[in-house]
Write a protein that binds this ligand. Structure first.
Ligand code: PMP
Ligand code: GLN
Length: 380
């Protein structure tokens, strides 16, 4: 038998969470919060299970959730979406990413990717037959340059896959960077697949700018969100997709043959959650900002060089000054010798690998953070 997908690595999240379980380490690697998530949203899901929301829902999602998604994006981002033709529910942002690439990419099409990139992107692009073209985001601000875009875009560019706010860097891109990218998408007639799963997780008063709202982008953007991130319920896997009707038609064709639907009980609960008062979303940000500040200070106090985080659940440290070969060696040492799991950022590169940054998840309660910091003290 021919070997099957032997060229793919095992995802770094499974590797590090596996090690954390095996070694009983504090897991600041894979991003999931200690916070149990809003009780009313969880109760809605439980009630929905008991009250009969258990058979196949409509393929594109329950109408009440699609309406809630449209209302939510109108309220928070000023986007006007027709819930009947421009909104779809998928089984997590991951399914939306896979489906979008299956729908949009034909073998040989070029796809512009930005390094470091979320680890699912490259395998999905390759399996769809896409040819990756990389743009490096330059530390410490992780910005893209016009020159790099000029090299990456060609007449064969079919799509870009862009993540904002950015995992693993914790950057929230401002309008000028997004407009630069939009200019190239329009010029080369490319579709922007925008992974905006962290759209509510931004700090210090920052505002999320969605690519779909930029001039020329309404008809060529696939906007992807994740209820798991919005409600601190990462296992729920409810993806929120928005795109102009002609693009959405293609996305729905892919979705119908991947999962077809998403559990209706979770959809009912997410619809309820998206309609919550502004105060829920403000309080959530305030809470995670406090966690960010607390872990960043703890790491700084120990002597690590923290790269400031503007959003997501993540903050990275720059290890270039430490006596260690690279980030993989460092994170292995931390988990094996000191009992703290982290994520080496080199795992998010395919070429020109940056080997001097390690990512920590700060979305943890004080006790978990303190336990990790106590252990890290001995490592510094
Ligand atoms: N994209 C990015 C950038 C992410 O960080 C994550 C989750 N960590 C996902 C996609 C996956 O989202 P979901 O769990 O909804 O599939
Ligand atoms: N998105 C989460 C992270 O970046 C993990 C997702 C996953 O486990 N695939 O840590």
């Amino acid at each position: 038998m021919n070997p099957i997908l032997t060229d793919l690595p095992t995802t770094i999240f499974d590797v590090m969470s596996g090690l954390a379980r095996e070694l009983n380490a504090v897991n600041l690697g894979q991003g999931f919060p200690d916070d149990p998530g809003p009780e009313d949203v969880r109760r809605k899901a439980a009630d929905a299970v008991l009250n009969g929301y258990n058979q196949y829902p409509p393929m594109m999602g329950l109408p009440e959730l699609r309406q809630a998604i449209a209302a939510h994006y109108r309220r928070f981002q000023g986007t006007d979406l027709d819930p009947a033709t421009e909104v779809m529910v998928t089984s997590g942002a991951t399914e939306a990413l896979a489906g979008a690439l299956m729908a949009i990419i034909n073998p040989g099409d070029e796809v512009v990717l930005f390094q470091p990139m979320y680890d699912a992107y490259l395998p999905l692009v390759r399996r769809a037959g896409g040819v990756p073209k990389f743009v490096n985001l330059n530390p410490p601000s992780w910005t893209m340059t016009r020159e790099a875009l000029e090299q990456a875009f060609t007449p064969r560019t079919r799509a870009v896959l862009f993540n904002n706010p950015h995992n693993p860097c914790g950057v929230v891109y401002e309008r000028a960077q997004l407009e630069l990218l939009a200019e190239f998408c329009v010029k080369y007639d490319a579709i922007a697949i925008c992974d905006e799963v962290w759209e509510h997780l931004l700090f210090d008063g920052r505002q999320h700018v969605s690519m779909i709202n930029l001039p020329g982008m309404r008809e060529r953007t696939v906007k992807i969100g994740s209820a798991g991130k919005i409600f601190s319920l990462t296992g729920w896997k409810v993806g929120l997709v928005a795109a102009a009707a002609p693009v959405m038609k293609g996305l729905a064709k892919a979705h119908q043959f991947i999962t077809f639907t998403t559990p209706p009980n979770l959809q009912v609960a997410v619809a309820h959650g998206l309609m919550k008062d502004d105060s829920y979303f403000i309080d959530m940000r305030t809470g995670f900002q406090r966690s960010r500040d607390r872990l960043s200070k703890g790491l700084t106090d120990i002597g690590f060089k923290v790269i400031p985080s503007q959003g997501t659940y993540f903050v990275a440290i720059d290890i270039s000054g430490l006596e260690i070969n690279d980030d993989v060696e460092f994170s292995q040492k931390l988990v094996r010798e000191f009992g703290v799991a982290t994520i080496p950022i080199s795992a998010f590169y395919a070429q020109d690998v940056h080997r001097h940054a390690v990512r920590f998840c700060f979305a943890k309660n004080d006790a978990t953070q303190d336990k990790a910091l106590e252990r890290l003290h001995k490592a510094a």
